[in-house]
Ligand binder design. Structure first.
Ligand SMILES: [Zn+2]
Length: 117
């Protein structure tokens, strides 16, 4: 079942180009990012696992090596919702890429980041 609302705004993950400067920065961000994503709605869950356009491998999670099935996160963002593909977990954990600011800002409203970061 495909869910789609008129307020959905798809985020293009191929625009992710910035890399984390240090492992520490990435680990700290990822810890917050993954826990914040646990609070958002998951839609359009499919059985298939996609191949990553960057590494041509299946989309996996760096920490566990587990394949990530295709689904989307729907993140409330004021009047609209951001719709983000599950492959963002791979792009962050494996490719050290920093998500779009709009995604970070929307998630900060759900789960504020600690002030020391
Ligand atoms: Zn990849």
């Amino acid at each position: 079942m495909i869910s789609c609302k008129s307020t959905d705004v798809s985020v293009n993950l191929t625009l992710m180009k910035d890399e984390f400067k240090t492992i520490e920065e990435k680990e700290k961000f990822q810890c917050w990012f993954f826990s914040a994503l646990e609070h958002v709605e998951i839609i359009n869950r499919l059985r298939d696992v996609r191949v990553c356009p960057i590494c041509n491998e299946y989309v996996t999670l760096a920490s566990t090596g587990k394949k990530i099935s295709a689904y989307k996160f729907r993140i409330p963002n004021g009047l609209t919702d951001l719709v983000v593909d599950s492959s963002i977990l791979h792009l962050v954990s494996v490719h050290n890429l920093v998500p779009d600011r709009s995604i970070i800002e929307a998630l900060e409203k759900i789960k504020p980041r600690s002030s020391d970061s």
